[in-house]
Design a protein around this ligand. Sequence first.
Ligand SMILES: [Cu+2]
Length: 368
Amino acid sequence: MTTVLILAVLILVAIAIWQMTKIFELSQHSTKNTQVANDADNKYNGYLMFAFLIFIYWITIFCFWKYWKVLLPEAASEHGQDYDLLMLVSMVIIFIVQVITQTLLQYFAYKYYGKTGKRALFYADNDRLEFIWTIIPVITLAGLILYGLYTWTNIMDVNDEGDPLIVELYGQQYNWTARYAGEDNVLGLANVRMIDIDKANVLGLDESDTYAADDVLVKELHLPVGRKVNFKIRSQDVLHSAYMPHFRAQMNAVPGMITEFAFTPTITTEDMRQKPDIIDKVKRTNEIRAERAANGEENSDPWEFDYILLCNKICGKSHYNMQMKIIVESPEAYAAWIADQKTFAETVMADDTQPTTNTTEEEVTAAR
Ligand SMILES: [Cu+2]
């Protein structure tokens, strides 16, 4: 209540000051102060236009210089190169057009500022000029769109060619679980109705499905470098989005359906850590962390670079914390790691004394 009163008083005081200024202005019988711009006003505005031109290019150059280093490092997946090239080509074209048009706009506003007695040239139309400034954007945009569509189709083509590794990414508020398809490289059936927390069957795998027995559930994603991975993405509750920025990959996780994305990792975690821009990023981050440590603040442990899977849909209050570490390693290291993991049969089906699932055959078929 006090806040409302204070606000009301402040607003009333502001109105009073504004009204008093008005009265003061009206009492000054100045003949100079007309509402029509004179030569001095026009000149002043012309110079302001020119100053604005200098300002926007100064700030553009400054931002490039200052913030270039916070951009993502080079893409760590095969399609990521194409993705980055498309982005670069689009941005360079936009940048060139922007520089030319903005410069002309601001410069002419400065050059032709109003002067008494000077009249604007009446120029009705020019077919040739209009043809030129229509056809150039048409060709450029058509080219960009075709190039974009071509890249998009290539990136979004999820197929089984080249013996891909099949991995499920399962999102729920607020964590990710990854499921490897095991020896058979076929994921077992799963349905939200078969989730059994008591038995730690958190993904609702169908225990009667033989393909499910060798599936491996993990909380850290390991990927062999150079092998294509087909991701099958599911959500238990709300919309999530599996986002792997270093691999230029993102796909929504939608309850009730399986979405897909495929990529081939090309740089191991170890190799990525040796890249100069990553070394620099880690150094900069750890300097900030050391400062925090000195002040006794939280989140001050030294940081080491890792690939990461994030959720990129605001899915609830702990959304920011929904992430999973990704490790890209040599095929040998990956094979050793996966051999070390327990299968679904070893963890859940082993102590399957009394089946608790009452899912009907129809429901299983529907889930398929
Ligand atoms: Cu989420």
